[in-house]
Design a protein around this ligand. Structure first.
Ligand SMILES: *[C@@H]1O[C@H](CO)[C@@H](O)[C@H](O)[C@H]1NC(C)=O
Ligand SMILES: *[C@@H]1O[C@H](CO)[C@@H](O)[C@H](O)[C@H]1NC(C)=O
Ligand SMILES: *[C@@H]1O[C@H](CO)[C@@H](O)[C@H](O)[C@H]1NC(C)=O
Length: 266
């Protein structure tokens, strides 16, 4: 009986409960005449072997329930090639928000053959705007999406991680930057300082907050930014490292670490 109880507790702790985490970020440069803007941040779905259609549909449903103005998806949507997983990812078509969904690649998009197949599906069939080193202006905020640093080894023409994309922001627009891997956050801040760019927020995922207990000490001590909300040094900018929603490898996550962030910018 004790054993059963123990297993039930473990099962309960590790089940796919998605937590909504809310954060409010006032910007001195946000236009006062505009209403606050709500950003839903999702990452690390890892659709594939151990993450199923129902789970992806659940994330879409929870995200839509938040009635966000913009949905920002910071990479690692998939864990497999498009030829095998296309049907599994279909729920992403139904993400809904006022100004649309914006997506950047994570390292896993490059693991399974031609990443452009996924990018093409997301961008041209699912209506998720893939920001491949591109910017978009919404309510005078410049939203920048950079390809994951591992894109440099993808062999795709003109697809390498490019900080220079930031120069396309209007000079008076506060910047929110999406990049999957937080390991280069310092480099991004240095670049924006050198170029006098008003970077306010970096959004990342990738670390899974350690994903499972055994890995947590490793990620905590070895990664400069492991999980949560950070104030960057020598800059106004903040960094959010989301634990993402699902997992790679074994279907286990830290309790309370399957999450969608809802950020209100005002
Ligand atoms: C995504 O779609 C937009 C608009 O349809 C297009 O301008 C852009 O080049 C596409 N991007 C990719 C990576 O396919
Ligand atoms: C490479 O991409 C950049 C930014 O997206 C674009 O300005 C440039 O024209 C592209 N170059 C080529 C050779 O396609
Ligand atoms: C990736 O490629 C870009 C453009 O070619 C380059 O600026 C950058 O330093 C490269 N490597 C990394 C890790 O950013």
């Amino acid at each position: 009986m004790l054993l059963t109880f123990f297993l039930v507790v473990i099962q309960y702790i590790c089940c796919d409960k998605i937590i909504i985490r809310e954060l409010s970020i006032p910007l001195s440069s946000y236009p006062k005449h505009l209403p606050p803007i709500k950003l839903a941040v999702i990452s690390d779905l890892h659709g594939g072997g151990v993450v199923h259609l129902e789970q992806i549909a659940k994330v879409v449903e929870r995200t839509n329930e938040l009635r966000p103005d913009v949905i920002l998806f910071v990479g690692d949507a998939v864990d497999g090639p498009r030829s095998q997983l296309e049907d599994l990812m279909k729920p992403l078509k139904f993400l809904q928000s006022k100004y649309g969904t914006y997506f950047v690649t994570g390292n896993h998009e490059y693991f399974y053959g031609d990443a452009m197949e996924w990018i093409d599906l997301f961008n041209n069939s699912y209506g998720m705007n893939v920001l491949d080193n591109k910017v978009v202006h919404i309510n005078n905020i410049c939203i920048v999406g950079l390809n994951d640093i591992s894109s440099n080894r993808s062999g795709i023409t003109n697809h390498s991680f490019r900080l220079e994309a930031l120069l396309e922001c209007n000079s008076n627009s506060p910047i929110i930057l999406m990049h999957h891997n937080p390991i280069i956050a310092d480099k991004i801040v240095r670049y924006t300082n050198e170029n006098n760019l008003p970077l306010e927020l970096i959004l990342s995922g990738h670390t899974h907050s350690g994903q499972i207990y055994a890995m947590t000490p490793y990620t905590y001590f070895l990664l400069p930014y492991c999980y949560g909300f950070y104030q960057m040094h020598d800059s106004n900018a903040k960094l959010l490292v989301s634990a993402g929603t699902f997992y790679q490898g074994s279907p286990l996550k830290m309790p309370g670490r399957s999450e969608i962030w809802l950020i209100t910018i005002s």
